[in-house]
Design a protein around this ligand. Structure first.
Ligand code: SF4
Ligand code: SF4
Length: 350
């Protein structure tokens, strides 16, 4: 489908239609915080609530596919043991996802489809329509251009770019095409507007270069191979609070804990899972009591190897960091910034 134009004056019409037919989630501005203006994903109840002019949300949209806590199944024990499925399939539209978060979702799609596919994650993804938006601002700690996530050409149903007077929209799937056809007022883009989009997207890539890696991203796995005993791990880890914030705000952190929650009758219960984080002190504690990453240094270092090496070779053929900069922005002692750590490791090696 050729690129389409939505006039800014028609955006509210599109948003209202989506609200009438789907659960619509999008970015809302929540005012100033100590970190600057705070943006969060939430349910959109009026077109005016939707913000498309944000730099970075505090939390990524991963909660829509991997909720902070969920029931995997319910069960009963006793003479007639049984399991009852809890399968999510609520249709959802998420409006306003930046390219780096779209890239993170594409990576998570691969992780949750690999090996034994995760039916809960995949059912939610299947029921969700993603509307991307190219950024107009860069958050102070973002470095997404370095992580090849300034623009994306897949991983969305619709992708919008702000051209000033209007939005130019690329269709990425049949679902996206139907959404535009059924709920938006559109017209085909002119060749001038198509050219404007090319130059706007190259401007976005330039904006994202304000900070970044001093070397190509694909060298990260080899850099880590030579950095296992670097003093930097201990130097930074002595300041780590083991709070797990860097895990929670990361769009590519997906570890979870699983446990059974029994009811008082001791015959019924549910199996739950909730977010976990490799920086938390109990993360690697096993049933016999041993903790195989019992020191802050081992946990701190692990996170960078997980992002830069293990997932690269295991599943993604890519670094599992998209450069959103959330971990850097919200780590109190300011030691979680991947670009800072990778650049310093590189310096030490040279
Ligand atoms: S690196 Fe920072 S955000 Fe992460 S656990 Fe340590 S103190 Fe918390
Ligand atoms: S490691 Fe940090 S910068 Fe990279 S994707 Fe996760 S939160 Fe964003």
């Amino acid at each position: 489908m050729a690129l389409q134009i939505i006039e800014k004056s028609d955006l509210a019409f599109f948003v209202q239609n989506l609200m009438d037919h789907f659960q619509l989630e999008g970015v809302q501005s929540k005012g100033q915080s100590v970190y600057g203006q705070a943006f969060f994903y939430g349910t959109i109840r009026s077109p005016a609530e939707l913000c498309l002019d944000f730099d970075c949300t505090v939390m990524p949209p991963k909660k829509y596919f991997l909720p902070p806590q969920e029931a995997l199944f319910r069960f009963q024990t006793g003479p007639s043991p049984a399991c009852f499925e809890c399968r999510p399939n609520k249709p959802l539209v998420i409006f306003g996802i930046h390219p780096y978060d779209l890239k993170a979702i594409s990576q998570m799609d691969r992780v949750f489809a690999a090996g034994t596919p995760d039916p809960h994650y995949l059912a939610r993804r299947e029921a969700t329509i993603l509307i991307g938006i190219d950024p107009t601002h860069v958050a102070p700690r973002s470095f997404w251009a370095s992580m090849e996530a300034a623009v994306v050409s897949s991983g969305f149903d619709l992708m919008m770019t702000d051209l000033g007077a209007n939005y130019i929209v690329e269709t990425g799937s049949e679902k996206g095409k139907a959404l535009l056809g059924d709920y938006a007022k559109v017209r085909p883009a002119t060749s001038d507007e198509v050219r404007q989009r090319v130059s706007q997207r190259s401007h976005i890539a330039d904006m994202g270069q304000k900070r970044g890696l001093t070397f190509p991203k694909r060298e990260i796995p080899i850099l880590l191979q030579h950095s296992l005993t670097s003093p930097l791990w201990e130097e930074n880890a002595t300041k780590c609070l083991s709070c797990g914030t860097c895990n929670l705000v990361c769009p590519t952190c997906y570890c979870f804990d699983v446990w059974d929650d029994m009811e008082l009758n001791l015959t019924q219960g549910q199996r739950l899972r909730r977010w976990d984080g490799c920086l938390l002190s109990d993360f690697a504690r096993v049933a016999t009591g041993e903790n195989f990453r019992g020191t802050r240094t081992s946990r701190y270092r692990h996170r960078f190897y997980r992002k830069g090496q293990y997932l690269f070779f295991g599943i993604l053929d890519d670094v599992a960091c998209v450069g959103c900069g959330r971990c850097a922005a919200f780590c109190l002692p300011d030691i979680a910034d991947p670009v800072e750590v990778f650049n310093r490791l590189k310096e030490k090696l040279n």
